[in-house]
Design a protein around this ligand. Structure first.
Ligand SMILES: [Zn+2]
Length: 270
């Protein structure tokens, strides 16, 4: 009987997801999504074996892997040590596979003499993304860094000249060279660098591991360490690095987890 009631309660929870739960998260999350929850500041929140950082008011951030399984498992430990479990259903995303052929071979398999530079580039990017500050801008609503046609979706797998590459880690927004790029949220500049693949690249920290990446920029108008407000200009659209035409590659991350920027944007007047 106990088992039956438990099952019924579980079924009800699945059929009627609550708008809010003990974590202040939505009843269902999406692969590649970024979420901000809120709990009592003196509690602990764990997501799949990882303790999450809490802001002084009890806010926390969690990012879903692009291939997150059907359930996201959380644990809340309150100040008295009481443990509560919360499972959220995960909505699957569809990703396209595209083949691009006829690229110059050196852009698909980089020449040996560039391997050290490429390794150095990714180490710099990883370090900037690891920034774990208590900035609070992550709580705001994102605005588009530049308006334009979406020319590449997050999660697309690209097969270049027959070689499978890692999935597209951001969204591409096509815009003419020189178009102004603005900060989608306020934050602090943690990296400005000219990288082999992504050209002029900028990373902004928005707090609690939330960071955004801007690539292929023609110009960067801010410096590392600078604190900027939402809507401030950070540079212009270009085609530097490995790009076939001018566009902004915009990435959203939770620490080193790549997330889908399209999910945090208002698509009202795209
Ligand atoms: Zn891109």
């Amino acid at each position: 009987m106990k088992f039956l009631i438990g099952t019924l309660l579980w079924l009800m929870a699945v059929s009627y997801p609550q708008a809010q739960n003990i974590l202040g998260l939505p009843g269902e999350v999406t692969q590649g999504g970024l979420y901000v929850g809120k709990v009592a500041p003196d509690s602990e929140v764990w997501f799949e074996g990882r303790k999450l950082r809490l802001s002084p008011e009890g806010h926390f951030v969690v990012g879903m892997n692009w291939k997150q399984g059907a359930m996201a498992k959380f644990k809340l430990i309150d100040a008295a040590g009481q443990v509560r479990h919360q499972r959220l259903g995960v909505k699957k995303q569809k990703y396209d596979v595209s083949h691009i052929d006829g690229l110059p071979p050196k852009m698909v398999t980089p020449p040996k003499k560039l391997l050290a530079k490429i390794a150095q580039d990714s180490a710099r990017v990883r370090k900037a993304r690891k920034t774990d500050s208590d900035r609070q801008e992550f709580r705001g609503d994102f605005i588009w860094p530049v308006r334009g046609r979406i020319s590449g979706n997050f999660g697309n797998h690209r097969i270049l000249n027959g070689t499978p590459k890692s999935p597209h880690g951001g969204m591409d927004i096509a815009a003419p060279k020189g178009t102004k790029i603005v900060a989608p949220l306020g934050g602090r500049v943690t990296m400005v660098s000219d990288l082999y693949y992504t050209g002029n690249t900028l990373i902004l920290d928005h707090g609690l591991g939330v960071n955004t990446v801007f690539a292929h920029m023609d110009s960067v108008t801010v410096k590392t360490g600078q604190v900027i407000k939402q809507g401030d200009q950070i540079g212009t659209v270009g085609a530097t690095g490995r790009a076939t035409g001018p566009h902004l590659h915009w990435g959203l991350n939770w620490y080193n987890e790549r997330l889908n920027p399209a999910l945090v944007l208002d698509h009202g007047n795209e």
